[in-house]
Design a protein around this ligand. Structure first.
Ligand code: DC
Length: 232
């Protein structure tokens, strides 16, 4: 029997604030949270640890995607990027998956169609009895095409770089704004130009441009939409 628990998808580019929004929304509604980017990040790290270079055979990396043990738990470390802990087997990789190298590995493994196919059911398995908020790039287009509410959250690349800059500086971490800007531009290009599940809004997604909005304003708009669509 198919699972009829409600799903809300939040897709968008890096730094759009979708991670924060998805996590707050899941808490507010009592839904499970799926941080799908973390799955690709753990897989990238696992491939690296197994000595699989980025150019390795796609099927070998897809086989790893099928067997790798990925876990989520309570926050375990103090970091601006970490809302909960992420595990590779018995290893807490919450910080290791957020490095620049791990981001690059994640985006490389994410471009392999067989890897995306291998992770598809794993992502769908996050939907339990409560309902799910799914954060990623292709949640509304591919993984949960029947979601009750699909949001595509975006913002100008300048606004996204500026937010990340302030977040880092606020935590006492050195950051260079032009470098953050060009990193974001590179990631946008990789995520939107790949052939397998590129980043794009689902046809039935509500597009929210948060360039001139605060997190609270975005939350208010999405909460209203969720109430309307979920009838609660
Ligand atoms: O959201 P994030 O920055 O943690 O994502 C890490 C990488 O994984 C990024 O390059 C985009 C990719 N990704 C993806 O291809 N599909 C998803 N559903 C989520 C992330």
């Amino acid at each position: 029997m198919s699972n009829t628990s409600p799903v809300i998808t939040i897709d968008g580019p890096s730094g759009s604030g979708k991670g924060t929004i998805a996590s707050r929304l899941a808490k507010l509604l009592g839904f499970t949270l799926l941080d799908s980017g973390a799955l690709y990040r753990v897989l990238g790290l696992a491939a690296d640890r197994e000595g699989l270079a980025p150019g390795s055979d796609s099927e070998t990396i897809a086989a790893l995607a099928r067997r790798v043990e990925i876990g989520f738990g309570q926050p375990n470390v103090d970091s601006p990027w970490v809302e909960g802990s992420v595990w590779l087997g018995s290893d807490d990789v919450s910080l290791a998956i957020r490095t620049d190298e791990a981001s690059a590995m994640a985006s490389q493994v994410a471009a392999i169609p067989a890897v995306r196919a291998a992770l598809l059911q794993r992502q769908r398995d996050f939907l339990g009895a409560n309902g799910l908020v799914a954060d990623g790039r292709d949640m509304g287009t591919t993984v949960f095409p029947d979601a009750a509410l699909k949001v595509f959250l975006t913002a100008s690349v300048e606004a996204r770089a500026d937010r990340r800059y302030k977040q880092l500086i606020g935590k006492g971490i050195d950051a260079i704004l032009p470098a953050l800007l060009s990193e974001l531009e590179e990631r946008d290009a990789r995520d939107t130009q790949r052939s397998a599940s590129p980043l794009k809004p689902a046809v039935d997604a509500v597009i929210i441009d948060s360039t001139m909005m605060s997190i609270e304003q975005v939350m208010a708009q999405i909460t209203d939409l969720a109430r309307e669509k979920l009838d609660r």
